[in-house]
Write a protein that binds this ligand. Structure first.
Ligand SMILES: O=C(O)CCCC[C@@H]1SC[C@@H]2NC(=O)N[C@@H]21
Ligand code: NA
Length: 608
């Protein structure tokens, strides 16, 4: 039984226009520019992108329907504690901007996992790539499934037909238009996403009696959580699990995830890439604020009642759609706008995932095996891969159907369980020169095993206790908390399983680094001079900058960060005994040289 069949023709038109616009952008990039004939264009957008589209595309990659639906459900059930994840965005973006981007950008890699071969070995690169593929395929399944399932639960909007339509449109424009199409559709879809959420908030506040009324109800309903500094790591959401554990989550996404690294590398210069990372911060805070406020307005609207009886599913996620349709029905076009917002969020994430999966499969798994492959065949194969990943993710959507739990929790657990160990692998390589490839391999494997042991263990023994829904329930909460404190405090393994999922990224990253270092020292640590230049970041040197030079030498990693080729040429040019005319001749010589080399050195220019 479905509550609302409120979709008027105009709503379907708006949804169709969204899909058509995305297709249009994809076709435009398939027929313009280099017409997607080379992998440099198809996978790297010719490294010609500006910081604005890149920054909006960076947001879109990991802001899908999961956040649009899952965050309001989270705020409605547990209060605004989740909002503190915004504190993790500061370090979570500064570290990628000043550590990961320079290393990746100056190595001129196309995929993040090429770094692993340069620093360790081909085996480490392949394991890193396969882990990434595993993570993104499951995550894509959640992203395709979420909007279709939520809509079907409330509005009877055709479920699998929607999943199919979304998946096919997305596969088509990603396959036709490559990274340029994906980035520009992400820009368009991010705007639609913000518009849809804003519409729900404006109408919702207006229908719930205005801002003052909403504030009073959420305040009385104890939904405005204070700063919870409880150090207990098994406490689901505290300032520490969100603000500190969240930093590791952000690093695994915005620091080393291929979908984001590819965007940094598609920027026209390193400065543009760093600038796009900075520009992500305000938009990410806005996205977080919009979804948290939506959850508060929803609480103000229903604080006491529980409508799950009326819905086809008892999950709070479906409740969010019920709230939206309750607010927007009778306003023709707005339900269609929200549907467009939901699917824009989903499409922009799925297309980024497809494109990054096709890139790593080509760059890390196929090209190294078939170096003689022609450009045309390689590009064709990339397109076939994008199509096959599209179909695979439809299958994963069905798997999500079986996962239960809140979609936000599922997505964040996947990032923690799989993204965390990958982050550990890169940190091991960049910050610890002694790490060798055996250590890296064993560290990654042990990290993944421990991550899945913890993740699955927590699912089997879970007992999240949502706050009571009554509006003014201060007394019962106090009693309930006292009771839970008295009975809880599980010990031993159960305590291990009850580690907050927001610590998974940090915990698994640390496991990989520790195991990796132990194994490296046991099997003969790498000497600093044997490490490929440009693959180390002198983090320890910077952290212990107060130490005397000889000790830092002992601690190693005082090597300066890899210089760009142009910096090296400048250095040479300055030291050469050349006069002005000879310098000009030298620079024209370098330009000819760089045109002959492959694009890897195409920014070989000289400042005179
Ligand atoms: O929305 C999704 O698809 C995944 C859930 C959010 C992923 C993390 S949470 C912190 C960071 N901020 C975002 O908007 N996305 C990532
Ligand atoms: Na998205």
């Amino acid at each position: 039984m479905h509550i609302y069949s409120i979709f008027t023709v105009i709503d379907y038109v708006i949804f169709a226009v969204l899909l058509a616009a995305s297709m249009g952008i994809g076709l435009y990039y398939a027929l313009s520019g280099g017409r997607q004939r080379t992998t440099q264009e198809f996978l790297m957008a010719d490294r010609s992108m500006g910081c604005l589209p890149v920054s909006l595309s960076l947001i879109a990659s990991f802001q899908s329907a999961v956040a649009i639906i899952g965050v309001p459900a989270e705020i409605y059930t547990h209060g605004t504690q989740y909002w503190f994840i915004g504190c993790a965005y500061i370090l979570g973006l500064l570290i990628p901007a000043h550590i990961f981007i320079p290393v990746f950008y100056r190595l001129r890699v196309s995929s993040a996992y090429q770094y692993l071969e340069l620093r360790f070995s081909k085996a480490v690169r392949i394991c890193g790539t396969l882990t990434f593929i595993f993570q993104m395929v499951i995550y894509m399944g959640v992203c395709v499934y979420t909007p279709a399932f939520a809509l079907n639960a409330v509005t009877g909007f055709e479920l699998w037909g929607t999943v199919l339509a979304t998946g096919l449109v997305c596969t088509l424009y990603t396959t036709l238009g490559g990274l340029k199409a994906v980035i520009w559709t992400d820009v368009f879809q991010t705007v639609v996403m913000f518009a849809g959420q804003l519409a729900v908030i404006v109408v919702g506040v207006q229908k719930t009696g205005g801002v003052a009324d909403v504030w009073r109800k959420v305040w009385e309903g104890n939904r405005i959580s204070g700063l919870d500094l409880n150090p207990d790591p098994t406490e689901r959401h505290t300032f520490w699990t969100l603000g500190v554990g969240g930093v590791f989550l952000m690093l695994s996404l915005y620091g080393v995830n291929q979908a984001q690294v590819q965007r940094y590398l598609s920027s026209r210069t390193e400065k543009e890439a760093v600038r796009s990372c900075y520009m992500v911060f305000p938009s990410l805070q806005l996205a977080l604020a919009l979804s948290c406020v939506m959850g508060l307005v929803m609480f103000a609207r229903y604080c006491g009642e529980d409508h799950s009886d009326k819905l086809a599913s008892s999950s709070r996620d479906a409740m969010v759609i019920y709230f939206v349709m309750d607010m927007l029905h009778g306003l023709p076009g707005l339900p269609g706008l929200f549907i467009a917002c939901l699917f824009s969020a989903a499409l922009s994430t799925i297309s980024s995932a497809f494109n990054s999966l096709a890139t790593v499969t080509m760059e890390d798994l196929i090209k190294p095996q078939y170096p003689a492959m022609t450009e045309a065949r390689a590009t064709l194969l990339s397109k076939v891969l994008a199509m096959s990943y599209g179909l695979l993710c439809l299958a994963m959507a069905y798997l999500t159907h079986l996962m239960g739990d809140s979609v936000l929790q599922v997505a964040l657990k996947i990032f923690g369980m799989v993204g965390g160990p990958i982050l550990g692998l890169f940190c091991l390589g960049m910050f610890f020169p002694w790490a060798n490839s055996i250590g890296a391999l064993v560290g990654l494997c042990v990290g993944l095993v421990v991550a899945f042991w913890l993740g699955i263990g927590s699912i089997l023994t879970r007992s999240t206790r949502p706050l009571p829904l009554e509006c003014s329930a201060n007394v019962t909460i106090a009693i309930q908390t006292a009771i839970s404190l008295f009975f809880s405090q599980p010990s031993g393994l159960k305590r291990f399983y009850s580690l907050s999922y927001m610590w998974y990224s940090g915990f698994n990253c640390t496991t990989v680094i520790l195991i990796g270092l132990i194994i490296s020292f046991l099997t003969g640590p790498t000497k600093e001079e044997d490490v490929m230049p440009g693959t180390l970041y002198p983090l320890l040197g910077k952290l212990f900058c107060f130490l005397p030079e000889h000790l830092k030498k002992k601690l190693c990693c005082v090597t300066p960060l890899g210089q760009t080729v142009s910096e090296k040429i400048d250095l040479i040019a300055k030291n050469l005994p050349l006069n002005k005319t000879e310098l000009v001749y030298f620079s024209s010589l370098c330009k000819k040289f760089s045109q002959k080399c492959n694009s890897a050195t195409h920014h070989l220019y000289i400042h005179i």
